[in-house]
Design a protein around this ligand. Sequence first.
Ligand code: C2E
Ligand code: CA
Ligand code: CA
Ligand code: CA
Length: 275
Amino acid sequence: AKRVSKKNYHFFDDEIRTQTINELEIENNLREALLLNELEVHYQPIVSNRTKKIESFEALIRWNSTKLGYIYPDAFIPIAEKTGLIIDIGAFVLEKACSFIADLNRRSEMKYGVSVNISVVQLMEDHFASQVLQIVEASQLPKDLLTLEITESMMMEGNENILAKIFYLKNQNIGISLDDFGTGYSSFNNLIRLPLSYIKLDRSVMKDSIVNENVFKLLESVVIFAHKAGIEVVAEGIENDDYLKRSDAMGIDFLQGYYFSRPVGESQVKKILNK
Ligand code: C2E
Ligand code: CA
Ligand code: CA
Ligand code: CA
């Protein structure tokens, strides 16, 4: 994987993330974003720590609004959840991601996987599980190449209904990844009761592990537990060599972060892979 110059998007990041657009304005424009084709899915490579080769991609939504400019998901996903728009947006991301990766795999010897972020609002829908299966089957992506990223905050309510859907999808060979591990709600309970394929260590705890030896030891123990339980571990926010060394020392399986690549559009993915 190619490294992307850091300078460019730091500049880009600062400029965009400091702008404040009012929620109502976002809500009004988001309703039309799908129809106007303003939503796009970008992909961030996830590499094997052993081979440093790309194994899969995380799908991340992007919104380039004609009226409001470029808006990051942190600014509009919560509004999409509040208004229920996340149902259609989430289905759009799933469809896009599965069909793009299926298409990519047709052109290559390598079978790439794809991870898609799922909102709790989607999981609460009655037909969520059957919809996921329908989408992945229509795309002809083998089911075991799709992973759903869920967060621990979803499990807070202890909703048996949600848990049942997660087990059902896992039994259908779809991967389940516990996202943002180490932020807020981390609990033993989630680690032992969820049918996990992956744990994703949040970039904030990865950062802490560099300066705080106890954080390092705790994450190292999480990796040991995960491997004993047949779960693989992904480290997020890998930005430089310090993170790489820490990840190695912890025995991390997969790496994701700006050090390898920022999230990029479809044509850029093909370029990176020479497809
Ligand atoms: P997340 O799932 O934790 O995604 C990782 C975020 O970290 C992404 O931000 C990614 O661009 C960023 N990132 C990756 N590598 C690095 C790094 O090395 N350094 C730093 N500083 N950041 C890095 P992004 O794309 O802005 O997404 C933010 C959040 O929005 C996501 O956090 C996820 O919770 C949510 N999101 C994004 N796309 C979707 C989607 O399609 N559906 C749902 N429900 N949520 C989404
Ligand atoms: Ca994620
Ligand atoms: Ca995450
Ligand atoms: Ca996050």
